[in-house]
Design a protein around this ligand. Structure first.
Ligand SMILES: [Zn+2]
Length: 87
């Protein structure tokens, strides 16, 4: 590494000494470098929670909007504009 610090990567255990890989569950730059060196697909080390099919499952449930937000289960704060999610 340019700063002289070395990090050990264990792809089988999904571990890097920088801890970013374990915390974020996304390959850190050290894991990506190891994958490039070993000609492995770094994307296979991205946790399932970040996969689009898993994200779509979260937003699959339908939400029914009450006709009158003030009478439905007490007072409800209503957003001024629709929220757009880029999925
Ligand atoms: Zn790392």
């Amino acid at each position: 590494m340019p700063n002289g610090v070395e990090y050990a990567v264990d792809l089988r255990r999904r571990h890097c000494d920088c801890c970013e890989f374990q915390v974020e569950r996304v390959p850190c730059r050290h894991v990506i470098a190891c994958c490039a060196n070993q000609r492995l697909d770094w994307q296979s080390y991205v946790h399932d929670v970040y996969r689009m099919d898993q994200i779509r499952k979260v937003y699959r449930a339908r939400v029914t909007v009450a006709a009158d937000a003030h009478t439905a289960l007490g007072r409800v704060e209503v957003a001024q504009a629709p929220i757009s999610v880029g999925i």
